[in-house]
Design a protein around this ligand. Structure first.
Ligand code: G6P
Length: 481
């Protein structure tokens, strides 16, 4: 049996650097989480062949950037890049995925800009993925489709391969039915029908699963029993699978000698100031502006903390060609400038700001060095940074301030939980975190670490795939009757 992963974004992307094409890691939870799972498939995994990952390589494929650049990488899985012409990709990715599904599913309905031409591009690109898969797929493959960019693909695959085991996982929130129904009728029906081509549909939290089921019931009129549906006489199950991380990867990286040396250097260079970490992809859903406003209010209300605390603000470039993201970046730059301009002294800058990607070693050093992590998205499907921070702390000190509207909140109730829209509450949470008793920090981090270890990325994928096999086998039994 072979596992075939299909996602819009591959774990690596092609970039042009100094006139040459290079391969770089992709940002975002889907790529990092799944890569961790595929790179070390557990011994008990039923897959006896190298997995295959099919996806878009980040730019159109030309002669120079054919298959070889991916095959030369020596990974635990094969990569098959899907060629999508630039204009089609623009209409699909920018026009529909980033201008309709992303804002709507993250509760920013006023950011939605729907165009029929973009919807048509979405249909076209989903079909393009099917065409790319056709020569690759074998009868006993298990096909696992990921995320909101490919919601039509499971149904297309089901029509072409009625017997295949097909799973779908959504990495972002599934919104309340009241929001989902604002999509044009044909589009909302097609998206639901598309996903229901799978045997199993997975979500990060119970709420997302519930929202999906109520949309299916009110829009398609399909009833369910505890998430079990009958779709054209096929059983389909919708269920909750909170994604975990590779805990040892972050714990070991943070404990490594180079990371500890980097962390010590950083602490020394900041003259012992408390370090608050903020780390995200550039995105309006991440609540970076609210977080900065909360930090500003915190400085205003706690003058005794001036020169004694530093906010390390790391923003990882993402979707930088999209206007809304460019505007967001500009507003972050301005706000950082304003806060630093107001509070900095000759010896101290309150916000240290980096707009770049970080390799694992440096990331782990930042996790290790920081006393507090501010993870306060306005909405987030899961948020793996929250989990990575706790893993890197490995039961030691460090306080996570977490947004109640991140999927991770459902599993990390022991942290300092905040409403990311309540600036005052967040400012006070920073003070609470900085004064939290060391023993209490350790107690909380140990509890969370134990839970993260138990429900890690292998558990997540194993649980999803076991359930998928269960539904597939049930379908086969029904078909053979
Ligand atoms: C989130 C989504 C992923 C996406 C990633 C990066 O994590 O769930 O599907 O790949 O963001 O966004 P991008 O648009 O660069 O693929």
């Amino acid at each position: 049996m072979r596992l075939v992963i299909v996602s819009n974004r591959l774990p690596v992307r092609l970039v042009e650097k100094d006139g040459r094409i290079a391969v770089e890691p992709s940002a975002g939870g889907l790529a990092t989480g799944l890569e961790a799972y595929l790179s070390a498939l557990p011994a008990e995994s039923p897959f006896d062949e190298k997995p295959l990952w099919v996806g878009w390589p980040g730019r159109p494929l030309t002669d120079r950037t054919g298959l070889d650049i991916f095959q030369a990488q020596g990974r635990a899985f094969d990569i098959h890049p899907v060629h999508i012409p630039e204009d089609e990709m623009n209409a699909f990715y920018h026009g529909f995925c980033n201008a309709v599904l992303w804002p709507l599913f993250h509760y920013f309905p006023t950011y939605v800009s729907y165009k029929d031409s973009s919807w048509q591009a979405y249909e076209k690109v989903n079909t393009r993925f099917l065409t790319a898969l056709e020569p690759l797929v074998r009868e006993d493959d298990v096909i696992w489709v990921h995320d909101y960019q490919l919601m039509l693909l499971p149904r297309l695959l089901r029509q072409a391969h009625p017997l295949a085991a097909i799973g779908f996982f959504l990495h972002i929130p599934f919104p309340s039915h009241e929001l989902f129904r604002t999509l044009p009728r044909t589009c909302r029906q097609a998206l639901l029908h598309g996903v229901l081509g799978s045997d199993l549909v997975g979500f990060h939290t119970y709420d997302y699963t519930r929202h999906f089921i109520s949309s299916v019931s009110s829009i398609l009129g399909l009833s369910n029993t505890m998430g079990r549906l009958a779709v054209e006489d096929r059983p389909v199950v919708a269920d909750t699978f909170p994604m975990g991380i590779d805990v040892a990867k972050y714990a070991d990286a943070a404990a490594s000698k180079p990371a500890r040396a980097l962390a010590d250097n950083l602490r020394r260079s900041l003259a012992g100031a408390d370090i608050i970490l903020s780390m995200d992809r550039l995105d309006y859903s991440k609540g970076i502006l609210n977080r900065l406003a909360a930090f500003e209010l915190f400085l205003k209300r706690h003058p005794e903390r001036l020169e004694k605390v530093v906010l390390m603000l790391v923003v990882v470039p993402s979707r930088t060609e999209v206007k809304r993201y460019q505007e967001m970046k500009k507003r972050i730059d301005e706000l950082v400038g304003r806060i630093n301009g107001k509070y900095a002294t000759m010896a101290w800058t309150p916000i240290l700001y980096r707009f770049s990607c970080f390799p694992l070693g440096e990331l782990a050093a930042l996790y290790a060095a920081s006393d507090v992590a501010l993870v306060t998205p306005l909405r987030d499907g899961m948020n793996l940074i929250a989990k990575e921070y706790v893993a890197a702390k490995n039961g030691g000190t460090g306080v996570l301030i977490l947004s109640e509207t991140a999927g991770a909140a459902a599993e990390m109730g022991e942290t300092l939980m905040v409403n990311p829209r309540d600036i005052r509450e967040m400012a006070e949470a920073i003070e609470t975190a900085l004064t939290m008793d060391r023993d209490a920090q350790i107690r909380i981090n140990q509890t969370l670490f134990t839970r993260l270890t138990r429900f890690d990325v292998r558990h997540w994928a194993g649980d999803f795939l076991d359930s998928l096999f269960g539904v597939r086998d049930e379908r086969r039994r029904l078909e053979s009757r």
